[in-house]
Ligand binder design. Structure first.
Ligand code: PLP
Length: 466
């Protein structure tokens, strides 16, 4: 459904709640301003209603969680039934049938589907949990403690995962507490080429970039005791960047040569977000460990690190005290909702038309990257799409991206920006978004660009002919 406005945005109830939040929540958490945030009250499909009754389209899918939209009946019924019957288990002591069922499903949909036999998993409650389980597994399986990760990466903010998160300033105040286990190499971002060959779409990547990265990988392996390469198949929070086609196959090749593990973080890209079930399937690359999370629980916080038996069996048999666990690990509620989510998305997958909708979104954004527009470099795969916002001198502009996001919110569209310069508008709508809602959102963006251009001083001078 298209947005419907009842009050100013944020409305009076949101503004009142904002004052309460300001008083009671640690100040680094929620960004508060005259324009932000709106307080959510309910949601359905791709729509959010705020506490003032305004209706929005959510083009973020709740950070990529609501792949099937909000309030999916099958997931809601499973969750409600489980909540009543058995919300908790003793995770690593006395689990539930739902946990066994989920673990089987994760194996079937990943390594078994890729012809690599049965897989085992470690469940967690967040993306960070899954990444940290993978980091520990790699250390046990190879006996080598260091990792390679990539510039612009985001793997979570718990201490272990944060060591591998290069994006932004998240690590900066805590650098002295980092263990120094991670070596960052350049991610081949063809729109900002780390080897100076920029300006090409990833399909036209210069072969020299492949050799350059191969050289850096070799040097990294020879200088440290590296047991794993940890990578997002496409940078998510790092700016919605699909890599050139040689990238994942090269990492697979090097990991094999060096006897290291390839860990794919598909927490954002997994479960059809980019088109195929997992982004790595596009390049037929099979990882040694796969991290999933976000949409997995149909809204419940649950994640998993999945790997073939020969890798996962690096963990010793439990002697009654689990080496890796947590209070809510494999909660019956989360496992039940995750099973329902997986059944639903597998059934509905043929009708989701993710690649077709993504193609329409990308084409619509490319239409908005004409010379006078501040938008540039639209890219993506499936419903995982980004476009850069440029300001004066053609430089990335977080300020202008922020203005566009605020104006979109006023129009009823919820969107976020990412990338190292926070200037990439990131589109990850629920996969069930309708063509109508998609087109409506693009039209709203076009109208906002037009309005901004009409206000003197709103856009850089070179763009004011818009
Ligand atoms: C690729 C990727 N990995 C890991 C994480 C961390 O997940 P969480 O916030 O659930 O810890 C995120 C979150 O955005 C992510 O995008």
């Amino acid at each position: 459904m298209i947005p419907a406005r009842k009050t100013q945005i944020p409305g009076p109830r949101s503004s009142e709640l904002c004052r309460r939040l300001q008083r009671w929540e640690s100040r680094n958490v929620t960004f508060l301003s005259a324009d932000f945030p709106i307080f959510w009250e309910r949601a359905e499909g791709v729509n959010i209603w705020d506490v003032d009754g305004n209706r929005y389209i959510d083009l973020t899918a709740g950070f990529g969680v609501a792949a099937l939209g909000y309030s999916v009946p099958r997931v809601a019924v499973a969750g409600a039934e489980q909540l009543e019957r058995l919300p908790l288990g003793l995770g690593d002591v006395h689990p539930s049938a739902a946990k066994a069922k989920l673990l089987e499903a994760l194996s079937r949909l990943t390594f078994e589907a890729w012809g690599r036999g049965e897989a085992k998993s470690i469940l967690g409650c967040s993306g960070s949990d899954a990444v940290e389980a993978a980091m520990k597994t790699a250390c046990l399986a190879t006996g080598r403690p260091h990792l390679i990760a990539f510039q612009g990466s985001y793997h979570g903010l718990a201490y272990g995962a944060m060591e591998a998160t290069e994006l932004g300033d998240f690590r900066k105040p805590f650098l002295e507490q980092m263990a120094g286990r991670v070596r960052f190499l350049p991610f081949p971002n063809c729109w900002r080429c780390p080897w100076g060959k920029g300006g090409r779409p990833s399909s036209e990547c210069d072969p020299g970039c492949r050799s350059a990265l191969a050289g850096e990988l070799k040097a990294a392996f020879s200088s440290r005791s590296i047991g794993a390469i940890l990578v997002e198949p496409m940078l998510g929070r790092g700016g919605m960047v699909p890599p050139p086609d040689w990238f994942l196959p090269l990492l697979r090749e090097v990991a094999d040569e060096e006897g290291a593990l390839l860990i794919l973080d598909e927490i954002f890209t997994g479960f059809f977000r980019t088109g195929p079930r997992f982004a790595c399937e596009r390049w037929k690359v099979v990882p040694d460990l796969l991290c999933v999370g976000k949409p997995l629980g149909g809204g419940f916080p649950i994640s998993a690190c999945i790997g073939p038996r020969k890798v996962m069996d690096a963990w010793p048999e439990s002697d009654g005290e689990a080496l890796h666990t947590s209070t809510f690990l494999g909660s019956p509620l989360g496992c039940r909702m995750a099973c329902a989510f997986l059944e639903e998305i597998e059934e509905r997958r043929p009708g989701l038309a993710v690649e077709e909708k993504g193609g329409r979104l990308l084409a619509g954004l490319r239409d908005l990257t004409f010379p006078e527009s501040p938008l540039r470099n639209a890219r993506g795969s499936g419903l995982f799409v980004g476009v850069e916002v440029m300001g004066e001198g053609g430089r990335p502009s977080a300020a202008l991206a922020g203005r566009l996001i605020t104006a979109l919110l006023q129009a009823g569209v919820i969107l976020l920006a990412g990338g190292p310069d926070r200037h990439v508008l990131s589109f990850t709508p629920p996969l069930v978004i309708t063509w109508e809602d998609l087109d409506w959102s693009l039209t709203a963006l076009r109208a906002i660009l037009g309005r901004l251009a009409a206000q003197p001083g709103s856009l850089p001078r070179s763009m004011s002919k818009l």
